[in-house]
Design a protein around this ligand. Structure first.
Ligand SMILES: Nc1ncnc2c1ncn2[C@@H]1O[C@H](COP(=O)(O)OP(=O)(O)OP(=O)(O)O)[C@@H](O)[C@H]1O
Length: 685
């Protein structure tokens, strides 16, 4: 805030008193004429301050006459209206102080101008001189338009000043005395001037200058504070959060519009209420008060509203003096929406939606479910396409369903961007950074889960930072200077051997041990063939619904090929294969059937149908959901055949009947029994 100096810019002559003011006035007038008429040099003017003499000379240069009144230009109505609009806040701030002072002034009035000297407001006392001087709102009064005057000099020197009678440039003001002071805005720029003006030369003293300086100072403070308050209110109404300012006694002293809106359903007037009546979590507040550390984005429930919020609390203090604290509340779903907007992701999978009942997958799901309920970091291992991301989502939904789920694929993002993606950045920390800065994925995962896919591809330097975040539970944005506390579960996934990478110094061993204590290995599809039909069935359903395709049947040859294939790309490859086959099998005239020729080439090699299958399933299509009990591991066409024979035999109890059911000859069945070593077993033939 610029200081207003009560300068010595009064007169450098004796203070006028009723006895000698005429004498002094005459002296000034004479010297003014002499210097302006070039009869004496300016340094010989000894009754007037040099700044004023220079101002007279500048006024003359502007072509103004000191004898004839120079009528000032006046803004037209439209211009003046616009100016009043712009200055509305300033004018309103001055009103109270001006009215109060006007009440005690005698034979004097107050003049308010803008920073260029345009008169904004005028006391009625001064309006009586209107006709004579055109002293009226809207007229432009400054050194260039009317010559030396108090507020004109105040604008030039940006300091308080007092002018005595003939010190004014134009003779019409010879009987006036004026004291003016500047008013600055928060940026230190001149906002306007205020002047106490009297048509009586003897009516002012140095006290008048003191008075107007104090008045300007009061107005300036009020103006700057109100402006700041106004800006703050506008800013606070722009944020989507409810903001509550709490004093040190725990009473809500200020709220923003959003807080008002958010709590309008409760009867109590928020301001004046104890914060403990609003936030049920006393412990949370006390932790902040005791430790002085802020709470960031903590999920809380406000019972009065029956709603969840993400709550941040920050202490307001100066040195060791605690003034109170600020509570910031954001609806929990807003946080989630924002996170989804930033990450474009949400966790949709639950364990029920992970298809497959094979023993191995069932065991894996059981283990993952167990881990989900503890606040553990988990490492998911498995070949590509086995469903690691699905497991990550299911674990999140099982363990922290209300928190955010944030996923990042370390292999898919250029290594130079992973850092800012993970840790976020402050405004202006690098070229191309978003203006307001950006939270990192770790920050966004606060209260929920961070899924780091392909963690083996994370650059080594970031592994070190990640380790620190995991150890300290806090993160610092790039270009930032403060740590933000974070609470998240890390689920990392990889199809690489991290220990091997660590041996080759491509992965930090310490990070490995930090994240790998709880590992879940997701079995490859080749080891859970029992899931294949269920998955196929599911994918056919899925694509026929989402792509409005006719549901195809699967020929037995195609089915055997799919069953026998080794699936290096696991479930992802199976899913894509089914979609490919469905597209290839589209038939406009008949119901579609997926035949071997509809399968991708590398799978076609696996169309190798054993004899029995030919015998028993000639021209027959396998239903998708069959009731053959499949063994979990090593499920091949031979297993199916063996199981089928066992089942039919146990149903019929006679080889002859079984052969009939199977549609093969008795001798073929005997041969098969021999092949499968079933002869030794006891069947009730
Ligand atoms: N058990 C399952 N049930 C249903 N769909 C599955 C299953 N497993 C995997 N999928 C599907 O397979 C695809 C690949 O799954 P996901 O992305 O989870 O694999 P991943 O192991 O994370 O692969 P990568 O290591 O290549 O990232 C997805 O489309 C997913 O929906």
């Amino acid at each position: 805030m610029k200081q207003l100096l009560l300068s010595t810019f009064i007169s450098n002559i004796e203070l006028p008193n009723p006895k000698n003011f005429e004498e002094i006035s005459e002296k000034i007038k004479k010297q003014k004429i002499n210097v302006l008429e070039n009869k004496i040099p300016k340094k010989e003017v000894d009754s007037v301050r040099p700044e004023i003499v220079q101002s007279w000379l500048r006024s003359k240069k502007c072509g103004l006459s000191y004898q004839i009144y120079n009528y000032p230009p006046v803004l037209d109505k439209k211009q003046f209206k616009q100016l009043l609009n712009e200055k509305d806040f300033f004018i309103k701030t001055t009103e109270k102080a001006i009215t109060e002072l006007e009440g005690i002034l005698f034979n004097a009035g107050i003049l308010l101008t803008d920073e260029k000297g345009v008169i904004l407001k005028l006391s009625s006392e001064l309006e009586t001189h209107n006709n004579l001087t055109m002293l009226a709102p809207g007229s432009i009064w400054n050194e260039e338009t009317i010559g030396t005057c108090a507020h004109g000099m105040c604008i030039l020197f940006k300091r308080p000043i007092q002018l005595y009678g003939p010190e004014h440039y134009c003779g019409i003001f010879d009987s006036f005395s004026c004291s003016a002071a500047p008013i600055f805005n928060s940026e230190g720029n001149l906002e306007g001037t205020i002047t106490i003006s009297s048509p009586y030369i003897y009516n002012q003293s140095s006290h008048t200058l003191g008075l107007v300086t104090m008045l300007a100072s009061i107005i300036q403070k009020e103006f700057q504070v109100s402006r700041k308050e106004e800006l703050l209110n506008i800013a606070l109404s722009q944020v989507n959060d409810a903001i509550l300012v709490i004093n040190k006694l725990g009473i809500i002293s200020e709220i923003n519009q959003n807080a008002e809106e958010m709590f309008k359903s409760i009867d109590t007037n928020l301001v004046g209420t104890s914060i403990y009546e609003i936030l049920n979590d006393k412990l949370l507040i006390n932790t902040v008060l005791e430790t002085g550390k802020p709470i960031v984005n903590k999920n809380i429930e406000i019972r009065k509203l029956n709603k969840s919020f993400s709550c941040s609390i920050q202490l307001v203090k100066n040195n060791d003096n605690k003034f109170g604290y600020v509570v910031n509340l954001r609806p929990a779903d807003y946080q989630e929406k924002k996170r989804q907007k930033t990450c474009g992701l949400s966790a949709t999978y639950t364990f029920d939606r992970i298809i497959g009942d094979s023993k191995k997958l069932t065991q894996t799901k059981k283990m993952a479910k167990k881990f989900a309920h503890f606040n553990l970091n988990i490492l998911l291992l498995g070949e590509t396409g086995t469903g690691k991301e699905l497991f990550a989502q299911a674990i999140h939904n099982e363990g922290r369903p209300d928190g955010p789920y944030v996923a990042i694929n370390c292999a898919a993002i250029p290594s130079n961007l992973i850092e800012s993606e993970l840790f976020g950045y402050e405004a202006g920390s690098f070229t191309g950074a978003e203006r307001g800065g950006k939270p990192g994925k770790i920050e966004l995962a606060n209260g929920g889960t961070l899924f780091l896919d392909e963690i083996g591809d994370m650059p080594l330097n970031l592994q070190a930072v990640l380790l620190r975040v995991l150890e300290d539970g806090k993160v610092m944005r790039l270009g930032g200077s403060e740590y933000i506390p974070v609470d998240f579960r890390l689920i990392a996934a990889t199809n690489k051997n991290l220990l091997e990478l660590a041996k080759n110094e491509q992965f930090r061993e310490d990070l490995y041990y930090r994240i790998a204590a709880f590992q879940i290995k997701i079995p490859s599809l080749i080891h859970r063939e029992a899931d294949i039909f269920q998955l196929i069935d599911n994918f056919i359903n899925f694509y026929s619904t989402t792509h409005a395709m006719k549901r195809p049947t699967l020929s037995k040859e195609a089915k055997y090929a799919l069953l026998n294939y080794n699936w290096p790309g696991n479930v992802r490859q199976l899913k894509n294969t089914i979609f490919y086959a469905m597209c290839m099998s589209i038939d406009m005239e008949t119901d579609p059937v997926i035949l071997p020729e509809h399968l991708p080439e590398d799978i076609l090699d696996y169309v190798n149908i054993p004899l029995i299958a030919n015998d028993m399933l000639e021209n027959e299509l396998l239903p998708l959901s069959n009731d053959i009990e499949l063994q979990d591991d090593k499920l091949t066409v031979k297993n199916i055949e063996e199981n089928l024979i066992k089942k039919v035999l146990s149903d019929t109890n006679r080889v002859e009947d079984a052969a009939k059911v199977l549609g093969i000859s008795k001798s073929t069945l005997y041969r098969k029994l021999k092949t499968y070593g079933l002869k030794e077993k006891r069947y009730d033939f």
